[in-house]
Design a protein around this ligand. Sequence first.
Ligand code: GRF
Length: 190
Amino acid sequence: KRIAIFASGSGSNAQKLMEHFKPNTGVEIALVLSNNPDAYVLQRADNYEIPVHIFDRQEFYHTNDVIDLLKNLDIDLIVLAGFLWLIPKNLISEYPGRIINIHPALLPKFGGKGMYGDHVHNAILEAGETEGGITIHYVDENYDEGQYIYQARYKIDKGDNLEMIKFKGQQLEHHHYPRIIDGIIKKIKK
Ligand code: GRF
């Protein structure tokens, strides 16, 4: 089975997936795609000898090149790991129920357009929440709205700052994302 990862930034979650799905485990990370030529995730892909593809808005939203590439590589599952652009409708209909995202909050709270990176964690702190969490969910044509697959929670203690809650969320993401993706991809029938 073959996974493609879409990521726009650092790619720490992508790296956890690369570590989890080592060569010869029956599941291969066949491609990393990014809209950002400077994303650190591309370096991580290189370290694992995973091919990368960089695209711009014109290509992603106005051509079929990305879909053609995914089809040619026989990709079974698309995993978003810190990918910031909305997935176009034609890509969603090519991969129904086969695109998964992770979000650093307990959706439906703190999701939607503009809710990414530090914006999410700042909003959580400003709201005075006593718990935070992560959501792994299917992707539809709206930001952060597809069906939920899994949520995990962490406690927010009085005095926790941005870095602390980010760290708590990231620990959960790194622990659960590979595990959940593993369960899903193994159920996909070729
Ligand atoms: C994660 O917090 C994820 O939930 C969100 O973007 C962040 C990506 O972090 N969608 P990284 O690039 O995997 O380190």
